[in-house]
Ligand binder design. Structure first.
Ligand code: COI
Length: 356
């Protein structure tokens, strides 16, 4: 592991005083972690420096050809005041998988994890205290060369920034309405759907804006070929409860392999739910919900945690699910996952990394 240099800020910012108003990703801490990659040298110069703007050449390749990937993970404050991370090494391992798909070299995960921990420890007073809040950790890699030829860059920047956050959706655990997108698609198999690359999110923005105008929080993406099968909701993977059976779209290359998805599926099995990963036709989902067989729908993600979906709209049919309220399965999984993340429940899967 390489040595990490530290330069402290001379102008620390005031920390938020009202944690109920944090929202998501609006405030950033005093420092960030940086590390460069150069062809022939590998990942070099890991450093913690004061948070500041970057100065980038207008020809910087990330602006033109979009080699940009990111991750999202969180630091949680336990009731005893101590701090813990949740599966951070798994996030960085996924970052390497995203990197390789985008022609970016594999991350030095060991140094990145050491930098992440050291940065969070340095910024520990920024980890909020209120129920449901956390310090969101955003590792990112961008292509840095100032060059207009379309090929892999020779210089990349890895950085981590930190943001104290509340819930991702404005109304916390209140069920959200989701619009089933039947015009645009997010990803196709063989494309970049499984990678956490900025382009996947860029591809989702227009549909998201249009859905918001119709009163929905997000869009549910269908497969990119037939627009028949359920994929994911951009910021979360989707799950459906049929009583005590939980069904989620199988990973097929165009869906993000969410770590919260993976954690929830393992916890659900351990809690005694029947779990299956399947190709799910949207027409069947609607039919099952109309007939009362499908009792709950919810999304899972680091930012979204477990978010109940109270309404789905597809081709102008509005379907209220579970009476528009959070159901027992989503509530149990939310309580179990957050119980482990905040240290209220035992961590039988060894997912938690205690920092203090
Ligand atoms: C996360 O859940 O960490 C994500 O990266 C989703 C993001 C769009 C907020």
């Amino acid at each position: 592991m390489k040595d990490i240099s530290v330069t402290l800020t001379q102008t620390p910012k005031a920390k938020p005083t009202d944690e109920s108003k944090l929202g998501f990703g609006q405030i950033f801490t005093d420092h960030m972690f940086l590390m460069d990659y150069y062809d022939g040298q590998g990942w070099v110069d890991p450093r913690i420096v004061p948070y500041s703007s970057f100065v980038l050449d207008p020809a910087c390749m990330v602006f033109h050809y979009g080699q940009a990937i990111f991750e999202g993970t969180k630091c949680y404050r336990r009731a005893d005041g101590g701090l813990q991370l949740f599966r951070p090494a798994d996030n960085l391992a996924r970052m390497t998988r995203s990197a390789l798909r985008m022609g970016i070299p594999a991350l030095d995960e060991e140094t990145a994890l050491a930098g992440l921990k050291q940065l969070v420890l340095l910024e520990q007073d920024w980890v909020p205290h209120q129920e449901g809040t956390s310090l969101y950790i955003r590792p990112t890699i961008i292509a840095m060369d100032a060059h207009l030829g379309v090929h892999a860059a020779h210089h990349y920047l890895f950085f981590i920034i930190l943001s104290p956050v509340g819930s991702y959706y404005k109304n916390g655990l209140a069920p959200v309405g989701i619009y089933v997108e039947d015009e645009y698609v997010r990803a196709v198999r063989g494309g970049t759907g499984f990678a956490k690359c900025a382009g996947n999110y860029a591809a989702s923005i227009l549909a998201g804006e249009l859905a918001e105008k119709k009163g929905y929080s997000q869009v549910l993406w269908l497969d990119g070929v037939e627009q028949k099968y359920v994929e994911e909701v951009g910021s979360m993977n989707m799950m459906f409860a049929y009583g005590d059976r939980i069904v989620t779209p199988a990973l097929n290359g165009s869906i993000l392999p969410g770590l919260t998805r993976d954690s929830i599926l393992k916890l659900a099995r351990q809690l005694g739910y029947q779990v299956s990963e399947e190709r799910m036709a949207i027409a069947d989902v609607f039919e099952d919900a109309r007939a009362g067989r499908m009792t709950e729908a919810f999304g899972t993600g680091t930012a979204a945690v477990v978010s109940p979906v109270g309404e789905l709209c597809w081709k102008d049919e509005k379907l209220v699910i579970g009476g528009g309220k959070i159901g027992p399965v989503a509530q149990k999984l939310y309580d179990t996952l957050t119980g482990i993340q905040y240290g209220r429940l035992p961590d039988e899967n060894n997912w938690v990394v205690k920092l203090t």
